[in-house]
Write a new protein. Structure first.
Length: 165
């Protein structure tokens, strides 16, 4: 992680009343962070960009689905974005769902992103490495006094290697 790019953003609080929505103006930065507009967007909530997947039908995602088993072929998207519930309590009280299993959904996200594609995960800490990926960048987002920062951990999916026959 010694060559890891880092940056800090100060963004206004969200304009939406939807719990857990992105800080104002963050969403428009996602294509630049990922280097593509062809990205899968897990836990999308009220987001408007990417191929949106959420378990809640009322937020009008492109696909209502459980992110632990995605219905896409390997290497279907150029990039990926995820904004999972930050705690078990948030999952239950804010979203009325069970806390997502990190290893399962992050492995699925890596599976559907093409080699060398970027994957970004927003959380309130630097997240563990995603399967078959390496750390690329850490973006710290400050919003206002007495609010936890949000951390966007950006990964790069590794090249696929073929076993010699």
């Amino acid at each position: 992680m010694s060559n890891l790019k880092t940056s800090v953003l100060y963004l206004p609080r969200p304009s939406s009343k939807y719990p857990g929505c992105y800080p104002l103006w963050f969403e428009r930065r996602i294509p630049k962070i990922l280097g593509t507009e062809n990205f899968i967007h897990l836990f999308s909530g009220n987001s408007t960009l990417g191929f949106k997947i959420d378990i809640k039908e009322e937020v009008s995602p492109d696909l209502v689905a459980d992110v632990h088993k995605l219905p896409f072929a390997d290497n279907s998207f150029d990039g990926g974005m995820a904004d999972p519930p930050y705690t078990k309590e948030f999952a239950k009280t804010l979203y009325g769902t069970v806390y997502p299993r990190w290893y399962e959904w992050s492995k699925e996200l890596s599976r559907v992103v093409k080699p060398n594609g970027k994957i970004a995960v927003m959380q309130n800490y630097i997240v563990p490495t995603i399967h078959n990926c390496s750390y690329e960048e850490i973006i710290v987002i400050l919003t206002r006094i007495k609010q936890y920062p949000r951390i966007v951990t950006v990964f790069k999916k590794k090249e696929e290697t073929k076993c010699p026959q």
